[in-house]
Each structure stands twice: as C-alpha cells, then as structure tokens.
Write a protein that binds this ligand. Structure first.
Ligand SMILES: Cc1cc2nc3c(=O)[nH]c(=O)nc-3n(C[C@H](O)[C@H](O)[C@H](O)COP(=O)(O)O)c2cc1C
Ligand code: SF4
Ligand code: FES
Length: 615
C-alpha cells in the first residue's frame, strides 16, 4: 500500500517518543534500517492495520515529549502503523490536546466554563490577557502559553487551570481553586499543586458509593480490601454470571451516564451474544460541564472501579476491559494505572482472577485527548480504535456491535461501582432504597454559588432543597436565580422549583432531567446571559460536525443568542428560529449531542426569560 508519505522526517526525539510506545521498528517496513533481507520482501496488510488502535497513545507520546506533532512525526507514525498521513492528520486534528503547529512546551488551559465563571474565571482571564497578551501567544521567553478551556471537571474547586507540560520533566498538573497570583507564579515556572478535599460528607455514616472516599489509601490494595474491597467479586465468582446479572436486574439499576438505560438488560444482552470476544468498557470520559463525580471516585477509590469492571467482565463473559478516561484527568489516570498494576501483580487481574479457574480478565486504560463527544459510547469506541471520535449510527447497538465491532457492554463509572453493593447485598435490598422508579443512591456534583461545593451522595427521592442544605445553602446568604440540573445537556430550573424530588421521574415531571448529576447554582449576582452564551459556544465547539442539523444548528443557535444579547431582548423571529432549530436538531441529529444542544438554552430563554421578551 502506498501511504503517500511526504518529504518531512521525524527528529530523534520524535522517533524515540513513538518507539517508547511501539518498541523499536523491526525492519525498514516500519521505518527501521534497510537490510539485505528486508529489501526483498513487502510487508503490510491486515497485521499492520490491526495496530491502528495504537494511534492515539502514540500521538499522546509525541505531544508529551515534544510539545507538538510535526509533519515529520506524523510520517513516522504513519509508517509504523500503516496509516496514511492524511488520515493520521485527520485524527490528530480532531483532538484539542494535540497541537499540529509548534507551540510553547507549557500550556495553561484556563477554564472559562460555567462553574468557573461563578467563581471569578473571567477576572483571572482578564488578568492573564493583561500580563501575557492574547490567548495562544507565547510568553515567558516563549516557553509558556495560555488558552481558554471548557470545563476541566474540577468545578467543586473552581476556578481551575490545567498545566500541560511537555519535554523533559513532562507532567500535567492542576491548580484549583486558583488565584491570579498563583496562576502568574505557575506561568513563571513555580506551579505548586495543593490537594483539597472534594467530598464534604467524607466519613459520614450512611454513605455507600463514596464511603471509602477520603478514608481509604487510594494507592494501597490491602487498605482497599480492609475496607470491604473485593468482597463483591468474590461473591460473584461463587454465584456465577447468571445470578450476578439477576441481582443487577433485580436492583433496577439504571445507567448513570445520562441515558438511564437498565444495566441488567445491557449485561444480559452481551452475556448471551453469540459473537466472540466480548468487551466491557468503563466510560470515564466525563466532559459534561459541571460534572466531576467520576474523577473523585477514580482519584480516591480507584480499586473500586477496577473491581467493578472485572465484575462486569465476569458477568458478560469478557476477557478484556477498557477504561477510557478523559485526557485532562492526569491524577485519576495515574491512580488508576497504579491500581491496575497492583491488581495484576496480586492476581486480581490476569489469568484465573482471584484463583478462579476459567476467568481470565485484564484491563487496559486509554486516555482521551480533549473531545467532549468521545463520551458518546460509539464515538468512544472509534477513539479507542484510532479514529476521529465521531459517533456511529445506531442500530447496530454496542451490545451487538461495539468496540472492534464485537458485543460490548459500556457503563459509566458510577453505574459500575453501584454493582459492587448490589452483588454483596443482593439486588432486592438495593431496590428497596430510593423510590419505585429510581432505586439506590445517587451522586450529585454540587457547584457554583453554594457554600460547600463538592460531591454529595443521597438516596434517590431527596429533594433539591435538602441537597442544597447539605451544601450549606447559597453562598453568602444569597438568593437563587437559577439552577442548572443535569449539565449543559440538561436544563435550568427556577428557584421556586427546589422542592422537586431528585429522581428520574421527579425531574421529568418538571421538564428537567438528572443527566450526569450536575446541580449548578447561580445566585442573583451572576449574568445569566453570559452563562447561556457559554453553553451555546460549548455545543458549537464540541459538535463533531458529522451531521448537518447539529453542525449548522449549533452555529445558528449561538448567533441568535448573540443577537438577543446585543439587542437586550429576544425578537419574535429569533424565538421562532430557536424553536425550529431545536426541533430539527432533536429529530435529525445522529447522536445525543445534537439532540440535547438546545435543552438548557430553551429553558433559559423561555422559562427564565433570561434575554427578556419571551413572555
Ligand atoms: C455527547 C455525549 C456525551 C456523553 N458523555 C458521557 C460521559 O462522559 N460519560 C458517560 O458515562 N456517558 C456519557 N454519555 C452517555 C454514553 O453514550 C452512554 O450512554 C453511557 O456510557 C452508558 O453507560 P450507562 O449505561 O452506565 O449510563 C454521553 C452521551 C453523549 C450523547
Ligand atoms: S449530532 Fe452533532 S456531535 Fe452527534 S454525530 Fe451529529 S454532528 Fe456529531
Ligand atoms: S472546572 Fe471550570 S466549569 Fe468545571
């Protein structure tokens, strides 16, 4: 196959970065030395194409070693993976954490998303512009630049910044909450991460999903076991896959990734799929603005994610699991990788897991690279396989054709860790918690203008008012202007709706949804127009562009909102346009991004009348 390589060649540093992931090239067909033997045969075909799934790990390696991905580096990657450079470019350019032009080796990603806006992000950015010039410009002798970023998943610690440092001493670290002075000092090379707690309830009686958070040593498998770890998998291995699925079904567990699909149904379908192999995937992409629950679990209780994915693997007859974690979550990634290694060393992963003959299971962690859409399950599969994160048409559904076109069960982090108590205690016991339609407990990401932002766990059915009270109420005794429920794909509700029970059915009854568990509070001091415009920009930026209703609709939606902000009120024509766009995006988009891109905006414009003139 002619890959159509161009003239550019990789530097030693770039080749070393690639070889660190793929190993040394064996022969000239992989970019190694031409020898007498390799000059006389051709290699390629399906064996080489099977390496395609290594494309994103390799791009990550170049980015972190060199700070950008040059045409020469892309040529070398193309040769090693048998991917034409045009395609490799198409993939690299899809992900915002990869730079295709030479950039300073340190990038400060400054969150200007909705939770950070309520905590001074705009002032911090104004200070940066003043001191270091516009976004993207090199500063500090050309070694650093700063960029605006969508939500970094650190909203309980807002305002937040992520430093991505390439080259020698490469590392990513976060500063949150950050002040202007701390940020300036970090830009000058004196960044110091300061760990702060995320779970105000830590150690309280009655917690289930987060009972170990802040209590257990996240780097110690023995400590995890001393706190009940691996009891669930041990019971699962005793009762067998069919009964595990029965318990999960009886618990009426609904997925926590946003779509609320019954987990038992999904696991059962994969377990009984005739095609082999089967895969289980943990969706840890968590890029919905306002959401940080999965990050806290992965950072503070990583073994629970490993155990739960192993349990899902056992139930569905899978030998391999993937954890796809968003690229910005460097600490969670480090903790999970450490946990996987320990589990493997101690026989909790690998051949005959926990000594159970016939259950071989291992886990691979894959990092995303800055694309919200990769949380959509089929986009996530494409990303693991080494393609652009573009959603696939459904059907076929993942349980029939998922990762590598094989039957796949994909679950959110929170969904998975729910299954541990379900198997330990039995499905009916968990079904008895919460309400008839929403069983068990739920994690909520409380942020914005509240006294104690953080991750909270409450039984389903707790009212929003009770949750806000747990978080100490509105900051400085202020008054609620609006609350965003469910994230950017969710909707705004008014301050007089806080007696809504937090259940799937309760929120549905008021035209809202629980989504990914976001509860973002805005007091009277927040400019809601700014917030709505930021959400519109988010959807316009993050649309993968594959289908017209979403690609064009998100742009037209943002334009209409800008007109309303400029004119100080919504015109009838723009209100009509927004409704029409909403209808088209809902009806004709391929995936949930386009289908939900108008939800929050509609609720802000029509229900809260944020721009005026809609009532
Ligand atoms: C645009 C978009 C982004 C999504 N992001 C996530 C995500 O970050 N994490 C997640 O678990 N599910 C996300 N989902 C939902 C997944 O497609 C899928 O429904 C979920 O992983 C299934 O797991 P569950 O059954 O445990 O909820 C997203 C969906 C869409 C349409
Ligand atoms: S709805 Fe939007 S994000 Fe989803 S496939 Fe279409 S263009 Fe891509
Ligand atoms: S970290 Fe800034 S909005 Fe979430």
């Amino acid at each position: 196959m002619d890959l159509h390589l161009n003239e550019a060649t990789a530097t030693e540093e770039e080749r070393a970065a690639v070889d660190e992931v793929l190993g040394q090239p064996e022969d000239r067909w992989e970019g190694g030395e031409r020898t007498h033997a390799t000059g006389h045969f051709a290699r390629g075909g399906s064996d080489d194409r099977e390496m395609r799934h290594m494309l994103i790990p390799v791009l990550h390696a170049i980015q972190s070693h060199v700070g950008w991905i040059s045409p020469g580096a892309l040529n070398y990657v193309s040769l090693r993976l048998t991917v034409p450079p045009a395609e490799a470019y198409g993939v690299a350019s899809f992900y915002s954490m990869f730079a295709l032009e030479e950039t300073p080796r340190t990038i400060a990603h400054v969150c200007d998303d909705i939770a950070c806006k309520t905590r001074g992000a705009d002032d911090i950015i104004a200070g940066l512009e003043n001191d270091y010039g516009p976004e993207g410009e090199p500063s500090s002798g050309g070694s650093v630049t700063w960029k605006r970023s969508p939500c970094l998943g650190l909203c309980e610690k807002a305002p937040a910044v992520l430093f991505q440092m390439a080259g020698e001493g490469r590392r990513d670290f976060t500063l949150a909450p950050v002040t202007g002075d701390q940020l300036r000092s970090a830009v000058e090379g004196n960044g110091q991460e300061r760990p702060t707690g995320s779970t105000p309830q830590s150690g309280s009686p009655g917690l289930r999903l987060i009972r170990r958070v802040g209590v257990v040593n996240p780097e110690d498998l023995d400590d995890y076991r001393a706190h009940g770890g691996y009891e669930a998998l041990r019971r699962a291995l005793l009762i067998g896959p069919d009964l595990v699925i029965r318990e999960v079904t009886d618990s009426k567990l609904m997925g926590r990734g946003g779509a609320a699909f019954p987990t038992g149904v999904k696991w059962n379908a994969v377990a009984h799929a005739a095609v082999r192999p089967h895969y289980v995937v943990c969706n840890a992409d968590e890029s919905e603005p306002g959401t940080f629950k999965d990050r806290v679990i992965m950072e503070e209780d990583p073994f629970s994610v490993i155990e739960a994915l192993s349990l899902a693997g056992f139930a569905t007859g899978s030998e391999k699991g993937f954890i796809y974690i968003r690229g910005e979550y460097s600490e969670a990634h480090r903790r999970l990788a450490h946990a996987v290694e320990q589990a493997r060393d101690r026989g909790f992963l690998g051949r005959s897991v926990m000594g159970h003959e016939g259950f071989d299971f291992d886990i691979e962690i894959r990092r995303g690279a800055g694309a919200y859409i990769c949380g959509e399950e089929t986009a996530l599969f494409n990303s693991i396989e080494g393609f652009r994160g573009e959603p696939r048409n459904k059907p076929p559904f993942p349980v029939a054709e998922g990762l590598f076109k094989k039957p796949t069960s994909i679950n959110n982090v929170e969904t998975l860790i729910n299954t541990l108590d379900i198997v330990r205690e039995g499905g009916p016991a968990v079904a008895a918690l919460g309400t008839e339609g929403s069983t068990g407990t739920k994690l909520f990401c409380l942020s914005g203008c509240v006294e104690q932002p953080g991750l909270y766990e409450v039984p389903f059915g707790t009212t929003l008012r009770e949750l806000l009270d747990l978080g100490g109420g509105v900051r400085d005794g202020g008054e609620i202007q609006a609350i965003l429920l469910g994230g950017a794909a969710g909707s705004f509700i008014a301050g007089d709706q806080i007696d809504v029970p937090l259940t799937f059915e309760g929120t549905r009854a008021i035209g809202a949804s629980l989504g990914s568990g976001v509860v973002l509070v805005f007091d009277q001091g927040v400019d809601m127009r700014e917030i709505v415009l930021r959400i519109a920009r988010f959807f316009r930026d993050e649309s993968c562009g594959q289908c017209v209703p979403c690609r064009v609709g998100t742009v037209r939606q943002e334009e209409a909102l800008h007109r309303m902000a400029r004119d100080g009120q919504a015109s009838d024509a723009d209100l009509a346009l927004l409704s029409e766009l909403e209808l088209v995006m809902k009806d004709a988009s391929i995936c949930g991004l386009g289908q939900t891109a108008a939800n929050a905006i509609r609720s802000a414009v029509t229900k809260l009348d944020v721009f005026g003139g809609a009532r």
